[in-house]
Design a protein around this ligand. Sequence first.
Ligand code: CA2
Length: 156
Amino acid sequence: MPNPPVPPTGVSVLVLNGPNLNLLGLREPEVYGKDTLAGIDELCRSTAAAHGLRADCRQSNHEGVLVDAIHEARTAHRGIVINPAGYSHTSVAVRDALAAVELPVVEVHLSNIHRREAFRHHSHVSAVADSVICGAGAHGYALAVTHLAKLLEENR
Ligand code: CA2
């Protein structure tokens, strides 16, 4: 019989999704897959629970709201998984917020941004992220949460 998931401890991580990701599963499934954001959130929570962590999953279409969520993570969470979506390629503010909070950061993209238009090849966030996962679809989030758990274990 498989082992039951380890019950979550008080240690939590922030899973933060940027603009338009609320449309996942509803539009452009050929690019971003059929999974909904609710399904990805559930995947993150169950993956986190398997590592004894709690995942707090948030999404916003607004740059300032993302910046505020990153600031709040400084005291509320031990690490961040972030898909900054379109802001990856434009936002110095999101990049600066991630650098300022000094938490481990794993950047994730559903699509392989390097196989797409040139303007998607550069992410401002990558330079302040510990790790970047792209092109693995929704599974990339499970990889990202698992890797964040490993980073937290190593830094304990
Ligand atoms: O591949 C990714 O995860 C991206 O971060 C997704 C962003 C894009 O701007 C990045 O270059 C790569 C776009 C998210 C938009 O999500 C949608 C989902 C369904 C329908 C339309 C947009």
